[in-house]
Write a protein that binds this ligand. Structure first.
Ligand code: GTP
Length: 602
């Protein structure tokens, strides 16, 4: 297929606006799949359960328009705030996007974020309203929002129902007629942009690439601009959407390269691949790889599971290069790792996959963001430039007398809400130490707010709380916004006078009292009664802010059975033993596995 009959595009949408459904319809319509196959592109079990797309997947479609055959490369993008970097990855291979908006919900926070991502990348935007079959759908109103926010002309907006298949052909036509074909050079030397990777048990890492120039064949020798490593191309395939092996990929195409890369770290997102013999090629303009924002410790329940957990983490990170992994040891939990995630949902999805796909049930510690600390100058730290440190583990937070100034990561948050929830939402943002940047009406009764917010205040439960106070109507998205000076302290939790770093957290000074009180009460709730009394204390710089006691208690599950039925008694004791297995001894107290993460949730 000649280059002028190729189109590369993504569908971008707020979560649940129907992206996967539309992708399915496009695949059906072009004959790539049979009718009734739902959500082909959402492969992972977690994705199915949570109904969100986590990992970008792609497919190549053949479409006949005006009696000519076109190759449409659909690049699926994830639809959640945590994964917005995966959206920008995918966009780098596109010339246009379908901006899909629910005709009932209207423009939402991620619609805004996604629009600006596409707009900033100079992509052609095809606005499409979905779910026009719904009784409450109000397409005219949503067209008004698109006009006032993005200056999109109402007559350029398509109206479809992905569910019923209405208007799908119009979407395909718009892709062919409105989008430019990719700028490629088939005669130039081979260059490909690597924009995603996945792992296959037999073939190792498979790199998803966009062939920008030239062509590549099985057997070719290729080199990575970033790592300078050489590889032999073992397999090439197109995604239709299932893999179809081919011998050659040419410029304009999107496909998978298998070349015996052993780890996803070798498949560097944004890297340029070229033929080994042409070492003079210019790298293609890549994009910044994702930067983890949220960190948590991960530990085996007991050290006998260390090797299993390690292999599970290794396998899972092969498929998710956005997770960073460092070794870590904790006095209470032993040897483990510190993992970096894009956001809390990313963390939750990862731990859910560890359980579902590898049967691992590790302990996760409370998530933390990365703080920046300027230490009081000493001759030594000035000399070796260690006066500024980054800390993402409360255990490593310096004592306060050593700190000159501390900084916390900030985000710029966008909230879209019906105006009747404005009051509680503004209170929520203030309680989370937010500063309002702007407020704007996007139609008669909808408002868009922008806030500067500390990342740590939104990491855990901001999104959930926002949804609750707005009956699900407000939406939220955020982008990274650098560091800001802040008065931070470490809130230490003591169990029977032993400091447990794994339960400690870094907080803003104005919140220490309140959070200390809450943590202590929460722990009292979570920790089961034991043979000894447990004193739970929250301290700052040695000063106790809150304290609770859990009374001692002897738990004999068989006490009531008067020794009667022996099998029943054995069964109960076995159950109790199994129950105990899920406990972890810390400071001579057994803690349930979920303690470390649950303690910070409201
Ligand atoms: P993420 O993958 O999480 O980003 O969601 P998504 O945008 O892919 O949404 P998905 O396609 O999973 O659709 C979300 C819900 O909307 C599903 O329950 C669909 O059945 C429903 N839906 C999608 N399109 C339509 C439509 O045209 N009309 C109606 N009534 N419902 C639709």
């Amino acid at each position: 297929i000649p280059v002028d009959r190729i189109r590369n595009f993504s569908i971008i949408a707020h979560v649940d606006h129907g992206k996967s459904t539309l992708a399915d319809r496009l695949l059906e319509f072009t004959g790539a799949i049979k009718r009734g196959h739902n959500q082909v592109l959402d492969k992972l079990q977690v994705e199915r359960e949570r109904g969100i797309t986590v990992k970008a997947q792609s497919a190549s479609l053949l479409y006949n328009y005006n009696r000519q055959e076109y190759l449409l490369n659909l690049i699926d993008t994830p639809g959640h705030v945590d994964f917005s970097n995966e959206v920008s990855r995918s966009l780098s291979a596109c010339q246009g996007v379908i901006l899909l908006v629910d005709a009932n919900d209207g423009v939402q926070a991620q619609t805004v974020a996604n629009f600006y991502l596409a707009f900033g990348n100079d992509l052609v935007i095809v606005p499409v309203l979905n779910k026009i079959d719904l009784k409450q759908a109000d397409p005219d109103r949503v067209c008004g929002q698109l006009k006032s926010l993005f200056d999109i002309e109402p007559d350029s907006v398509l109206r479809i129902s992905a569910k019923l298949g209405t208007g799908i052909e119009k979407v395909l036509e718009a892709i062919v007629t409105r989008l430019p074909s990719p700028v490629v050079d088939r005669n130039a030397k081979f260059r490909a942009l690597l924009f995603d990777s996945s792992y296959d048990k037999y073939r190792g890492v498979l790199s998803l690439v966009y062939i920008r120039d030239g062509s590549i064949c099985v057997g070719d020798s290729i080199t990575s601009c970033h790592t300078k490593k050489n590889y032999e191309v073992k397999t090439l395939s197109l995604l239709r959407p299932e893999e179809v092996g081919v011998n050659k990929l040419v410029s304009g195409q999107i496909g998978l390269i298998g070349c015996n890369m052993r780890s996803s770290k070798e498949a560097y997102i944004g890297d340029t691949l070229h033929h080994s013999e042409n070492d003079s090629v210019e790298p293609l303009q890549g994009f910044h790889p994702s930067r983890p924002m949220v960190f948590a410790g991960i530990y085996p329940m007991d050290q006998s599971q260390h090797i299993n957990l390690r292999s599970a983490i290794e396998k899972l990170t092969l498929n998710d290069s956005a997770v960073t992994v460092d070794m870590d040891t904790s006095p209470a939990l032993g040897q483990g790792w510190r993992l970096g995630f894009l956001g809390l949902l990313h963390l939750e999805v990862f731990s859910q996959r560890l359980q579902q796909e590898y049967g691992a049930e590790p302990i996760l510690t409370a998530p933390s963001v990365t703080y920046k600390i300027k230490l009081k100058p000493t001759k030594q730290n000035i000399k070796d430039g260690t006066d500024i440190i980054f800390v993402n583990n409360p255990a490593n937070f310096p004592e306060s007398f050593k700190i000159e100034e501390s900084f916390e990561p900030m985000v710029l948050g966008t909230i879209i809400t019906p105006d009747k929830y404005l009051g509680p939402i503004i209170s929520l943002c203030m309680e989370r130490r937010g500063t309002q940047r702007s407020a704007m009406n996007i139609d008669n009764d909808r408002v868009m707010l922008q806030y500067d917010l500390p990342l740590c205040e939104i990491v855990l439960d901001f999104h959930d709380t926002l949804k609750t106070i707005s009956s699900g109507y407000a939406s939220f998205d955020y982008e990274d916004n650098g560091y800001q000076s802040s008065n931070l302290i470490k809130l230490v939790i003591l169990l029977n006078s032993i400091a447990v770093d794994e339960l400690s957290t870094i907080v803003h000074i104005t919140k220490a009292q309140m959070i200390g009180r809450k943590l202590v009460l929460k722990l009292k709730d979570i920790i089961p009664r034991q043979m000894v009394q447990i004193a739970i204390q929250a301290c700052v710089n040695g000063k106790v802010l809150a304290r609770e006691n859990i009374k001692a208690y002897r738990k004999d599950v068989t006490a009531k059975l008067y020794g009667g039925d022996i099998t029943r008694r054995m069964k109960l004791l076995a159950q109790q033993a199994a129950g105990k297995k899920k406990m972890r001894m810390v400071a001579n107290i057994s803690l349930p596995r979920e303690t470390f993460i649950d303690v910070l949730k409201k």
